[in-house]
Design a protein around this ligand. Structure first.
Ligand SMILES: NC(=O)c1ccc[n+]([C@@H]2O[C@H](COP(=O)([O-])OP(=O)(O)OC[C@H]3O[C@@H](n4cnc5c(N)ncnc54)[C@H](OP(=O)(O)O)[C@@H]3O)[C@@H](O)[C@H]2O)c1
Length: 405
């Protein structure tokens, strides 16, 4: 990331105002709106998008006086149009509309769609060369080299919003990059941090969704429970900070108060701390390079009795190892990891497969994935589709089933 050049550019402009939120109806989207509403500055919300939640999208668009409300599911267009009748908000629908919205003028864009569905609009936003706050980690995992190259070419600034990556961003000294020995991403360990294999074998979606520290969307909550989220984050960190995989470590930190650390050659470890509240990284990204006031929770250090750090139990959470294997293997493996995981998580949430079958499916798909020529976005999208089809067949062939439902 070209921090210095962008700092000068942002500080010298007074029109840092037009905002677009992709995925405004989700957990990150809602927190982004909360952060925007808490600021005294006048943000002009131009674009809000959702997949199918017409009611919430229309309510947000009216409340924020947005210019455009985009629903990805085309069949919901009439419903959205009716919900916005009599307002100045223009309804739009479908994939092309998402891309059109991403091409519109915006000074600050939040990329908070979940999964690979966010890739195409993210790329369009980046091509505009503006500031893109990025929560949507899956495109970085599966198309990281293209995403980063597009940002380099357009001059777009990617601001990490994932709490660990935002934490690294805050304590990473780009001018001292050579002195960075490692970064440490912390992991809460999720709802099954101390669970046995037997307990995880029987885990239900409801149990997996009950994260002890964070309130998040369904997919990332399940990823936290399998710790696949940390695997995705290791790859995400490699893309964003351009480090060797061996420089990226993960430690379990049950309190979720230290979000990440950077260790320098002089032995200093710089850590970023904050409440387990996405308002902090979002406020950081919205205000960057200045600092705004968060409407979120604060950390009360006097109430903290201890901070605990321990290595990940890779026997119970083998997903974390897959990240390093995939980075070693190459882009095809990263796409396969992400695509198979998205499909398996969806199947688990629909009560079709058991919790541990998420890992079984992903690792089986990875074993059969061979290097491919993946040079363009279309190559990546086609390969992603192929892997999704393979993962679906594998789950059927293996006759995976969720018990007790
Ligand atoms: N939640 C967190 O605290 C957190 C923290 C760090 C990183 N992240 C990352 O941020 C991203 C969003 O997470 P989240 O927890 O906010 O997810 P979420 O609550 O499930 O929200 C996802 C958003 O994306 C929209 N969406 C879903 N599928 C779509 C599609 N096919 N096309 C267009 N839009 C679609 C949803 O619209 P509908 O509401 O209409 O379905 C919703 O607005 C993920 O990549 C996640 O890993 C999240």
């Amino acid at each position: 990331m070209v921090w210095a050049a962008m700092v000068v550019m942002v500080m010298s402009t007074s029109s840092f105002q037009k905002v677009a939120i992709f995925g405004s109806t989700g957990s990150v989207g809602l927190n982004t709106i909360k952060v925007l509403q808490a600021q005294k500055e006048q943000y002009d919300v131009r674009v809000l998008t959702a997949n199918s939640n017409v009611g919430l999208l229309a309510a947000q668009a009216k409340e924020l006086d947005a210019a455009y409300a985009v629903i990805a599911d085309e069949t919901k267009y009439e419903e959205l149009k009716q919900a916005l009748a009599g307002t100045d908000v223009t309804p739009m629908a479908g994939q092309e509309a998402l891309l059109e919205a991403a091409s519109m003028e915006a000074d600050w864009t939040m990329a908070a769609i979940v999964g690979m569905a966010g890739l195409a609009p993210l790329m369009k936003s980046i091509e505009q060369g503006k500031i893109v706050a990025i929560a949507n980690k899956e495109p970085l995992v599966a198309a990281g080299p293209l995403v980063m190259e597009a940002a380099r070419q357009s001059g777009a600034m990617l601001l990490p919003v994932d709490s660990e990556h935002n934490a690294v961003f805050q304590v990473f000294e780009p001018e001292n990059k050579k002195a960075v020995e490692r970064i440490i991403l912390t992991a809460s360990g999720g709802p099954f941090r101390d669970a046995t294999f037997e307990e995880m074998e029987k885990a239900t979606p409801e149990q997996a969704l009950a994260h002890p520290n964070w309130e998040m969307g369904a997919k990332i909550s399940v990823d936290s429970a399998t710790m696949m989220n940390k695997a995705l984050e290791v790859i995400e960190a490699q893309r964003l900070f351009d480090l060797r995989p061996s420089q990226i470590e993960v430690l379990v930190h049950p309190q979720s108060l230290v979000h990440a650390m950077v260790e320098y050659s002089d032995g200093s470890i710089l850590a970023q701390m904050g409440a387990a509240d996405m308002c902090t990284p979002i406020t950081n990204a919205l205000g960057w390079p200045e600092r705004l006031k968060t409407p979120g929770e604060r950390l009360d250090l006097a109430k903290m009795s201890h901070l605990e750090f321990r290595p990940v139990d890779l026997e119970r959470f083998p997903s974390v190892t897959l990240a390093y294997e995939c980075l070693e293997e190459g882009l095809h493996a990263c796409i396969a990891l992400n695509a198979a995981n998205e499909v398996a998580v969806e199947a688990f949430l629909s009560h079709k497969i058991a919790f541990l079958d998420i890992y079984h499916t992903v690792s089986e798909i990875l074993r059969s994935a061979v290097p491919e020529r993946l040079e363009s976005l279309d190559d990546i999208i086609s390969y992603d589709k192929l892997i999704r089809a393979r993962a679906k067949s594998a789950m059927v062939e293996n006759n995976f089933q969720q018990t007790g439902t």
